[in-house]
Design a binder for this molecule. Structure first.
Ligand code: SAH
Length: 346
């Protein structure tokens, strides 16, 4: 009977050292192999040139390296790059590189599909198949870092967990991937350059606060009025705004970190002064930034971006209340790489 080999990157460095001890080798080998797996991005045991042939064979007999494969890469006319990423079990997720003059940002997926049901988001039409493992998230970042160096001659500067999936419903793996991304054995990036975006899972926001995470938090709010939010983000019925707000207050009291809100203004849905005032009332308890993001149509027009007058009204009301506001243009629309468009069309 063939034994199912283990994913070697599911092991911590300590576990890898222990493994080498149990097979009668020096634990130090564990450090070497660990470095190959994370820092040097080895795709196979063959790559590990300072490890003896016998040891490589022994690893080969016991483990697999489930490396992702960038299956298809598309480049947008605005420089945005979208990767279709094949996983070891044949499933696909997408990740995006977004270049600006001063930054390159990786937008990565945390799940295959999504279990939430936001009615304006293309990913919500895919079933949630499974969570991504820490190494599958990490690999997406490494692939984009390489593309950034290749096409823009600079390393990746920022990461947003705004691809497919709800990161806080795969919290442990997301956290582990960020530990790798920020550790010296991984990419050594500052957590200040990483943003985790959530539709708002109150319990997990509190957990993040308790874990004293150092990365940034963004909340996809889209409405601060329960009835409206529930109509566009049905899970709001389970996690109503009162609970979300309480969790965010807890987050702020523990971390003292500014909170970012993602917000789309739609025609006839949330484009009145009452909506804007509700947003102010919701977020003014802590230093906040509101990103008014452009809507990327995904269907036949049930949702439409509000007129610029409504956007101007939001900006004015937020500014009067000393809430930082930016109006964001979408990137990568021509290759379906913009927010809410990730749906494995290819
Ligand atoms: N589930 C997490 C991570 C996904 S982030 C979250 O909701 O935050 C994807 C971002 O794109 C979210 O802010 C989401 O609200 C937004 N989005 C979804 N569909 C969109 C669309 N069609 N146009 C513009 N933004 C969209």
């Amino acid at each position: 009977m063939e034994v199912k080999k283990k994913d070697i990157r599911a092991l911590t460095k300590e576990q890898l050292r222990e493994f080498f001890t149990t097979v009668g080798e020096k634990p130090f080998r564990g450090n070497q192999v660990y470095e190959w797996l994370w820092k040097k991005g080895a795709h196979s045991f063959e790559d590990m040139t300072n490890v003896s042939k016998e040891t490589r064979q022994m690893l080969q007999d016991n483990f697999v390296i489930n490396h992702i494969k960038v299956d298809q890469m598309q480049r947008s006319s605005d420089g945005t790059v979208k990767n279709a990423v094949k996983l070891h079990d044949g499933l696909t997720v997408e990740s995006v590189l977004i270049p600006t003059k001063t930054r390159t940002t990786a937008c990565v997926s945390s799940q295959v599909g999504c279990s939430l049901d936001c009615r304006f988001c293309a990913t919500s039409r895919l079933k949630r198949m499974r969570n991504l493992n820490p190494d599958e998230i990490y690999d997406q970042v490494v692939a984009i870092d390489n593309e950034s160096r290749l096409y823009f001659d600079r390393p990746l500067s920022n990461i947003v967990f705004m691809g497919m999936g709800e990161p806080l419903m795969n919290y442990n793996n997301v956290l582990k991937s960020i530990e790798k991304i920020t550790s010296e054995e991984g990419l050594g990036m500052s957590p200040k350059r990483i943003t985790v975006s959530t539709s708002g899972v109150p319990k997990m926001i509190k957990k993040m606060a308790d874990d004293e995470v150092k990365f940034n938090l963004a909340v996809s709010l889209h409405s601060a009025i329960d009835d409206i939010r529930t109509s566009i983000m049905p899970f709001n019925a389970t996690f109503p705004l009162k609970d979300l707000r309480e969790a965010l207050e807890y987050w702020y009291s523990k971390t003292r970190n500014r909170i970012t809100y993602e917000y789309i203004v739609w025609d006839g849905i949330n484009d009145t002064q009452t909506d804007a005032e509700a947003l102010v009332a919701f977020c003014k308890f802590a230093p906040s930034k509101v990103n008014l993001i452009e809507y990327n149509p995904i269907d036949d027009g049930e949702f439409q971006q509000a007129h610029s007058k409504a956007i101007d009204m939001y900006v004015a009301i937020l500014e009067v209340n000393h809430i930082t506001v930016t109006v964001r243009r979408s990137r990568g629309k021509d290759i379906d790489a913009a927010c809410g468009q990730l749906a494995n069309k290819s």
